[in-house]
Design a protein around this ligand. Structure first.
Ligand SMILES: Nc1ncnc2c1ncn2[C@@H]1O[C@H](COP(=O)(O)OP(=O)(O)OP(=O)(O)O)[C@@H](O)[C@H]1O
Ligand SMILES: [Mg+2]
Length: 389
């Protein structure tokens, strides 16, 4: 993973427990060390949400057998419902087993009695796993590619980037990777003088210079635009590009690249840098045909189905092929779907606006939000190998 490695920091623990004996035992275990800091002991389950918000723990340990208004499982559930993303360890006794993953996203169950060693180990494990999977520690490059013109690559990549930026949980950069046509410039209708990749020095490039070249749109999304003129594309070499991508990767959690249709040295640099290549397709024969063609090229390069994913745009538009036919043309299943809303999307595009800003609750905006969430989480398992039709 890119970026400076974080020093392993102290784990801040909040304990939800009303049995003095258990509290004393845990205090005793923690007394002997400094890796874990016990912030507080909360005996009342109903007070937990407020305490979590106030004390910002890294991990919550909850006794399932808590008495009072809420038992431990209800506490865990209320934390999830409040949208608090925190690993939870549930303490219980062997006579009252607790099932992990019963919709509460419980991280782990620890049965009493446990040793100090077991307790410390579990704390370290759940917090490490949680840190690794949290969006803030992500470093992911996502290249959007349309194997045919006009499939929605620019529209979907822009709106997904906006969706990520609006959560304020990840630092996301949209990279306008079509160096000749700079599609994001025309989508956002920026003035000719808006700075672009050609304003960056090719020698000794620094983060500060990149930051000065980056445009922030009305949604708080950072964008590095392509050049204002078609012939400017020639000024950018593959080496410059590789360097730029590696610096950008350190500056942002997610890099979204709107790549050109043509395959060339620069676009290969995008695909190489990418953790995920999202092939944008529609349910039309010509689009699927070209998508399958490009998919075969990706496979020939060595990019397998874990890296190359298919997004079906406008999937519910009239006249599109059905799922079975689409799968046959592609030789693989579709991973993501975005619906069709020509009026919303064209009007938003014509205003140089995100469809999310225009209509946050529309069906297609929700698809975009779901896609953004999926792309910032652990990706779902890749589809099975191609089936012979
Ligand atoms: N989900 C959608 N619903 C309705 N219309 C859409 C949707 N996605 C894209 N469009 C429309 O499709 C057209 C093409 O979109 P866009 O320019 O994003 O495609 P592209 O693949 O980037 O094209 P190019 O080949 O020029 O790079 C636009 O008119 C856009 O408004
Ligand atoms: Mg485009």
């Amino acid at each position: 993973m890119a970026g400076p490695a974080k020093a392993p920091s102290q784990i801040r623990l909040l304990l939800v427990e009303d049995v003095g004996q258990v509290t004393r035992y845990i205090r005793g275990v923690l007394n002997a060390q400094t890796a874990v800091k016990l912030l507080d002991v909360v005996p009342d389950g109903a007070a937990v949400i407020d305490q979590v918000r106030e004390q910002q723990p890294d991990v919550l340990v909850v006794d399932a057998l808590l008495t009072g208004r809420m038992n431990g499982l209800q506490v865990a559930e209320s934390v999830r419902r409040a949208g608090i993303d925190l690993p939870i360890i549930v303490l219980t006794v062997p006579q009252k087993p607790v099932v992990v993953g019963s919709g509460m996203g419980l991280a782990r169950v620890l049965e009493m009695p446990f040793s100090g060693y077991e307790f410390m180990n579990m704390l370290q494990q759940v917090t490490a796993e949680h840190r690794a999977s949290s969006p803030e520690s992500l470093s992911r490059v996502i290249a959007f590619h349309g194997a045919k013109g006009g499939l929605g690559t620019t529209t979907v990549s822009y709106n997904v980037a906006v969706a990520m930026a609006r959560t304020r949980r990840v630092r996301v950069l949209l990279f306008d990777g079509n160096l000749q046509y700079a599609d994001q410039r025309s989508l956002l209708q920026v003035p000719q003088e808006t700075r672009s990749i050609v304003d960056l020095p090719t020698d000794k490039l620094t983060q500060a210079e990149i930051s000065e070249t980056i445009f922030t749109d009305q949604n708080g999304l950072d964008i590095l635009f392509g050049p204002p003129r078609i012939e400017d594309a020639e000024m950018i070499t593959v080496r410059d590009m590789e360097k730029l991508l590696s610096i950008l990767r350190r500056m942002y959690n997610v890099l979204i690249i709107d790549t050109p249709r043509a395959v060339n040295e620069v676009s290969l640099a995008y695909f190489d840098a990418a953790d995920v290549i999202l092939q944008v397709a529609t349910g039309e024969v010509a689009a699927l045909y070209q998508t399958a063609l490009m998919n075969a090229t990706f496979q020939a390069i060595g990019f397998g189905p874990d890296k190359v994913r298919v997004l079906l745009n406008r999937f519910d538009a009239q006249g599109m092929l059905d799922d079975k036919a689409i799968r046959q043309y592609l030789g693989r299943p579709v991973d993501f779907h975005v619906g069709n809303d020509f009026k919303l999307v064209v009007e938003a595009n014509n205003r140089g606006q995100s469809m999310l800003a225009a209509q946050q609750n529309s069906k297609v905006s929700q698809h975009i939000n779901e896609l953004a969430r999926a792309l910032t989480e652990a990706l779902p398992a890749p589809p099975p190998r191609p089936v012979l039709a």
